[in-house]
Design a binder for this molecule. Structure first.
Ligand code: ADP
Ligand code: MG
Length: 793
């Protein structure tokens, strides 16, 4: 019987037959699972509370007057069969000396019928190995004794045993959470008989050791482990399973220290007490699901059993009791240990491994098979000479040439023949895009230079001197300009630009609006300082633009109005409706967010209260459980007042928590919906503004061309609206988000470049679809102009 995930450790009681069975004190209930212990009221002080008259322990079974065969059937068989499937398993006997632990585990060696769980388990293992001919099993045995925290190999005397290495024996942790005992001999066994020989040899060594050291064999713990490995013979599978079946005879649990023992006996008692009480601690920690640390390493016993107590293996405990009246305290103590063990959860897992060598072999075979399959398909589809190996250099070069020709237009399509070829085609496309980007970037750098404020000022002054069009730059921060080597001249200004320029920009805007039949906005009626001529298509020509300029002397001409100001105007006029909706949505969003914060706090407070109440309840139950279950005189389990009030409180808190949590979820959805609305409004406002701005004011033709070709642009050319989008409230904080923001954080450039490209392309295609386009200008000017966009030249 293999435990289901989440089930508890199986615990059974076995009572040793005795002529003086204390019938009036120990009662086995007819359900076959419950033991009641009645304590006389005048019992010794401290042992029982006089208020409590009886204790009831409900476990998985009571084995009273039961044959060895039945004991094996109910205790051992399931664990043994589980081990053959790959689950670790442990059968463990606990109880006072003389209660029948060794009888249960090993049995009477001289009597076949009375043999115990170990010989029966070994018999079953080999019987199953023979039956399961579809699997190849390998079985090894080890036999470990732990006496006074010393590890002893009970099979060290077996011929051919390698002996203990220089480090001595020690429990060591293995990768994957398991443990093993370094220095403990592992003996391959192929038959039941060979296994029994090893068992008897170990038992003999235990007795001899006991005599030699003058110790009682019931003062040591003994662990016989059957190591099983199984591989399927039918599936050529690289997977195999392993398991450990631990059969444990623990030292007597009686508390010798109390009886005034001394010398060796006292020392033994101390070690036993220590190891058994740590065993108990480890079990309590395992039972408490809130604890993630279990103190296995405190004694050799718990450390050696680390991967065999609860957790991912099948564990069964037999609590042996000696049902005489004089032993009633030890019996109670054993039953309490048993009921604590019952709380440990098991989650058995098969120990599956993969043999890497076999795995590689298997995969190679599979590849071979698939290749054959492919070649059949190719033959059927009349595709000859297909190869699925890694591409050769020549093949890569051919694909590269195909991609190049495809991009140039001299090749219409690239035939898809295999996955490897598709991957290579994409790789070549990627490479081409990267190269193109580099090229455009290099071109830009060649044509334009970043001018810092000081230079820009000097340049402006020079420009003013030479052309009389630009005032003195009086702003702060960076003035980002483009020094134009020839007839190309573009300039973007920081918000602190010259008054003269502002006047010019507004004049330019006024002109544009006049051309398009719109009246200029309020306060925008300005005089044109540098008149612009228009041709019939509405394009503009600046006579001065034909004059060559020195690279360090940017030509100052008309500029569009700063976007910050234009944006304010836009919001007040054309974009006023959407701006109003945006503001309203923001107010709702803020209000919903505040409610969400409030609710989150409430839910967290409720959760904390649930945790603390639940901890208090667990502590209370742990405390009570360690004393067994209190039942009334009628045998009905009684819930005390404190536990009842904690349970009720917990229920009430959970209801409250659920209600608040529901509301929290609703509000969260509302917040995300409102956020979505706000984002939508903001995007619309900014996109509309951007379109309006582009329609109304010209972006330099080179930049447009660059954007269309997908090339990156310089930091100084990042549109203002992106900076606006970054700011929570674009109205108040615009002044702070200027071009220098980007100069300070160059890493943001790629991001803005990418976004800018997308928006500009969209605007461009919009403009193209709305207005007829004249793609080329007359020879000599070498420029492409977009209609409906006012030139800054
Ligand atoms: P422990 O190992 O717990 O110290 P043992 O297994 O050595 O106890 O048992 C003590 C004695 O009681 C032994 O002589 C054993 O044969 C006998 N005994 C224990 N349990 C039984 C049982 N269920 N039936 C018959 N004899 C038993
Ligand atoms: Mg014993």
């Amino acid at each position: 019987m293999i435990a289901h995930p989440g089930s508890e450790v199986r615990v059974l009681i076995r009572s040793r037959p005795t002529a003086n069975f204390a019938q009036e004190l120990i009662e086995y209930l007819p359900d076959g699972q419950t033991v009641s212990v009645h304590q006389r009221k005048d019992s010794r002080k401290g042992v029982v509370n006089n208020q409590l008259s009886s204790w009831s322990f409900r476990l998985d079974g009571v084995l009273h007057d039961v044959s060895q065969e039945e004991v094996y059937g109910r205790v051992g068989r399931g664990v043994v069969l589980g081990a053959l499937e790959g689950y670790n398993g442990t059968v463990m006997c606990f109880g006072q000396t003389g209660a029948g632990k060794t009888y249960t585990m090993t049995g009477a060696t001289e009597n076949y019928k009375q043999r115990g769980i170990i010989p029966r388990a070994l018999q079953e293992v080999f019987h199953e190995v023979e039956q399961r001919s579809d699997h190849a099993f390998s079985v090894h045995l080890s036999f470990l004794e732990i006496y006074n925290e010393t590890l002893v190999d009970l099979l060290a005397s077996v011929r051919g045993c390698p002996g203990v290495g220089p480090g001595g024996m020690a429990v060591v942790e293995e990768a994957g959470g398991g443990v093993s005992v370094r220095g403990l001999s592992l003996h391959p066994v192929h038959s039941e008989e060979a296994a029994l020989n090893l068992l008897f040899e170990g038992e003999m060594n235990r007795i001899i050791g006991a005599h030699a050291l003058n110790k009682n064999s019931s003062r040591s713990h003994c662990i016989l482990t059957v190591h099983i490995e199984s591989r399927s013979r039918t599936l050529s599978d690289a997977k195999y399973v392993t398991s450990k079946l631990n059969l444990v005879d623990l030292a007597g649990s009686e508390r010798l220290g109390k009886t005034g023992s001394e010398g060796q006996v006292l020392k033994e008692a101390m070690y036993i007490n220590k190891s058994l009480s740590f065993l108990e601690q480890a079990i309590l920690a395992l039972a408490d699901r809130r604890r993630d640390h279990v103190p296995f390493r405190q004694t050799k016993l718990t450390h050696a059993l680390k991967d065999s107590l609860g957790g991912n293996c099948n564990t069964v405990l037999v609590a042996n009791i000696y049902g005489e009246a004089s032993q009633i305290e030890e019996t109670l103590s054993t039953l309490r240990f048993a009921s604590r063990m019952k709380c440990v959860q098991m989650d058995p897992v098969v120990n599956e491994h993969t043999d890497p060598v076999l795995q590689v072999r298997k995969l190679e075979k599979e590849i071979q098979l698939l290749k054959q399959e492919l070649s059949i398909h190719n033959t059927l589809a009349n595709r000859m000479g297909m190869s699925y190996d890694t591409l050769s250099e020549t093949q890569v070069a051919e694909i590269q040439s195909q991609v190049r020709r495809y991009l140039e237009g001299s090749l219409d399509e690239i035939n898809i023949v295999s996955i490897r070829q598709i991957q290579e085609v994409f790789a070549q496309f990627k490479q081409a895009v990267q190269q193109q980007e580099q090229k455009v970037k290099a071109q830009l750098c060649q044509n334009y230079t970043l001018v810092e404020k000081a230079q820009s000022t000097a340049g402006s002054t020079a420009a003013k001197g030479s052309q009389g069009t630009v005032g003195v730059v009086e702003g702060h921060g960076f003035g980002v300009g483009l020094a134009v080597p020839s007839d190309r001249h573009i300039r973007l200004l920081s918000p602190g630009r010259t008054k003269a320029i502002k006047t010019k920009e507004l004049a330019s805007q006024g002109r544009k609006e006049a051309v398009e039949g719109r009246s200029p906005g309020p306060g925008k009626q300005v005089e044109s300082v540098n008149p612009v001529q228009r041709d019939r298509e509405g394009r503009e020509h600046d006579p001065q633009s034909q004059e060559p300029q020195g690279p360090q002397e940017p030509l100052r001409t008309d500029s569009p109005p700063p976007k910050a100001e234009a944006f304010e105007d836009f919001k007040a006029e054309r974009g006023s409706e959407i701006n109003r909706i945006l503001k309203e949505n923001k107010v709702v969003l803020l209000e919903r967010r505040a409610r969400l914060r409030e609710l989150t706090e409430c839910v967290n407070t409720a959760k904390r209260e649930i945790d603390s109440t639940s901890t208090a309840l667990h502590q209370w139950r742990d405390k009570r459980q360690s004393q067994g279950q209190f039942v009334s005189a009628e045998g009905i389990p009684v819930l005390d007042e404190a536990e009842l009030s904690l349970t009720l409180r917990l229920r009430e808190l959970k209801t409250q928590y659920r209600q608040q949590y529901e509301e929290l979820r609703g509000t969260k959805a509302e917040v995300s919906y409102c956020q979505h609305l706000v984002d939508q409004c903001r995007t619309r406002l900014l996109t509309e503004f951007e379109s309006w701005y582009n329609e109304s004011f010209l972006l330099p033709e080179e930049v447009q061309a660059m954007l269309r070709s997908g090339g990156p642009i310089r930091p100084g050319l990042v549109p203002v609206y992106k900076a606006l989008a970054l700011e929570e409230d674009e109205q108040e904080h615009f002044e702070r988000l200027r071009y220098e923001l980007l100069a300070d954080s160059p890493s943001a450039i790629s991001f803005y470049n990418a976004q800018n490209r997308t928006v500009q392309r969209r605007n461009y295609s919009k403009a193209m679809s709305q207005t007829p386009v004249q793609k080329t200008t007359p020879r000599g000017s070498g420029r492409t102009k977009l209609p409906a966009i006012l030139s800054v030249i």
